[in-house]
Design a binder for this molecule. Sequence first.
Ligand SMILES: O=P(O)(O)OC[C@H]1O[C@](O)(CO)[C@@H](O)[C@@H]1O
Length: 256
Amino acid sequence: MFIVFPDTDHVAQYVSTLFIQRISQQPDVILGLATGGTMEPIYAQWVKQALARNIDVSQVSTFNLDEYVGLPAQHPQSYAAYMEHHLLRHLAFDRSRIHIPDGLAHDLPAYCQAYSDTIRDHGGIAMQLLGVGSNGHIGFNEPGTPFDSQCHVVELSERTRIDNSRFFGPNEIVPASAITMGMRDIMDAHEIILVATGSSKAATIAKYYEHEVSPLVPFTILKQHPKAHIILDAAAAALVPSNVCQFYDTVPAAML
Ligand SMILES: O=P(O)(O)OC[C@H]1O[C@](O)(CO)[C@@H](O)[C@@H]1O
């Protein structure tokens, strides 16, 4: 079942509420975080709710999914800068608990192995936020990535580089490679919240519905996860039958 809200505002309110509730229940929770355009309204709501409800985030640990290879954290298009801008600087996180892959790491294979190990050493991710690329990638696990992969360096597909060029200036080049959590790292999360919004994701969501589980459409792996939820707005759900959607007009009052 897809969970469908009328628009991105409702999706953002719902998803941020899920995360705020999780933090309230377990202040030292381990969260997996994502970047991309889809997450911007979600983080805006998250910050708003956390401030309004005085939520203590100081014990929360986070692991981001991915980062471009070659971009320093200060680069405006790095995912470290994205997280700083949209979430971290607004709330009192303990920075020693924030993990974002280092795009400048020297020994990348060793660094990636250590990133996966660190997630496991923390006891695994309790709740993982995910977006989806138009080609079905999660994190930066492009089509064809083995399902048993751990954190690794990936050559970005032409499709992904074109999709993400909208975040870069006209004279800037989208990096050719990235560090990403692997498919296994993602599937090891206890609960997964995948979010897709806008008409540009409708065909991608239709692929999830139509395809068998296959590395060629990476996010189909979520069909094998016991607690994966796919949250859509009406535009992203437009190409799947309504009998596989659970529609909500608004965020259930009991959650707020
Ligand atoms: O939300 P967007 O910008 O469509 O991106 C979708 C996914 O693609 C990535 O940005 C990587 O290309 C992920 O980080 C994100 O979850």
